[in-house]
Design a protein. Sequence first.
Length: 146
Amino acid sequence: MRMIANGFLTDLPSGWSDRSMITLVGSTGESGFAANVVVIREVLPKSTTLKDYVMQQKKAMQDEIAGVEILDERPISIGNLPAYQRLQRFSLEGQTIQQAQTFIAGNGLVFAITCSANVEEFDANIEAFRHITTSFKLFSPEDVKI
């Protein structure tokens, strides 16, 4: 398996897998919280639908963080790929955090894009969050010639 990320390429040994997590960080707001986007990549088991995966993630979040408020959730598409989007809010360490999570399925994988900001600063970051999410594209690293 080949992995390409942030200007590097490596081939993984047999038995290894890519469970990438990439963190993109915006400016720190007046709240002291830096708006950020975290992208994770996981294999989507053949027996699991995208909606099943999304609901499993929601349950895990609700089990881990008390008082998660789901503001909206719905199926969407990003490009031609099936996706699911959730808007949620919770309090953690004295901050109220709002997140837009987008789950995109393709090539047997699921990518979770989590856009987070302090609730008072979320709207100021929405265009950046939208740009990162809607410009997301999948490709096969095996097809890249370097």
